[in-house]
Design a protein around this ligand. Sequence first.
Ligand SMILES: [Ca+2]
Length: 249
Amino acid sequence: MSKYKLFIISALILAWSTSCDNQATPSDNQKDDSSQSENQDEGSETPENETSMSPQDFVPDEFAVFDKIFGDLNDDGQEDCIVITKGTDPNQVVLDEYFGEMDRNRRGIIVLFKDGNTYEQVAKNQSCFSSENEDGGVYFPPELSVEIKKGKLYVHYAHGRYGYWKYTFRYQENSFKLIGYDQTDTQGPVLHYEYSYNFLSARKLTKENINFYSEHPEDEKIQETWEDLEKSKLITLSSIEDFDELHFD
Ligand SMILES: [Ca+2]
């Protein structure tokens, strides 16, 4: 009889502990699910916190790598990486009367800081640059190059005999800020105007070749003018919708 009682008690304990296990399982799963969705949310809201060993891993599926530039952008001696991306939408490949198929997918930029063996994403803008196959009219379209020099990020547009313009960015307060803009207006080898904006000091320097119409570079006579700019919040790289629309003169 006592053996039978013991059996009943053992059976009850077993049943009770199993039900506890069953209860615990879904709540654990629930916990896992919620922490996973929290992580996913964090990932989409703050992609700049993503890390990976390879720059390629930061490029979303529907984009291709157009170019990669290496150099130190935050003065820690570790070589950072800029990835220039390009869209892959087949609808953006158009047929040009003279040049045949032209891929007009826009280009973007991803900036990665090296930290030991991994990269961390610190800035991303997927469509701020037009394609390399825009219609330049009677002249070729401006040629984009992105460079790292002395810890700064330069977005440079060369436009042959008409001159160039370039944007200078520096990493500060957790984002790349536009701190300078330079532009030249030339006619072949002869300079007409050179503008230099410093957004940190809110000052602009204009150099004018007052002997421009002599049409000889050796006759250049430069007159310098300084102006104060209206102080405003620095523009961030990630917020620029279209570099083609970002001009100051
Ligand atoms: Ca670095």
